[in-house]
Unconditional design. Structure first.
Length: 76
């Protein structure tokens, strides 16, 4: 499965995938789930709220850093 496949899944499906594959230990998947949920709410929230939440997600992704270096085969 590639990243494009994840980004097209409904958030409920992505959440089940994360649960069944022990993805809770993969921070990038949790950020992706939050992003997907935000995308699903985009039409229902004001643009400034959407942009603020998107900026928060971006910062969280940047905070993940390069935690995966040296264990790529285990986490991806």
């Amino acid at each position: 499965m590639n990243i494009h496949s994840f980004s097209e899944m409904p958030s409920e499906t992505l959440a089940r995938f994360i649960e069944t594959t022990d993805g809770i230990s993969k921070p990038w998947l949790l950020v992706l789930l939050r992003l997907r949920k935000l995308q699903e709410r985009r039409e229902d929230i004001p643009e400034d709220e959407y942009l603020a939440e998107l900026a928060d997600l971006h910062q969280d992704l940047m905070n993940v850093g390069e935690w995966w270096i040296g264990i790529e085969d285990e986490v991806f």
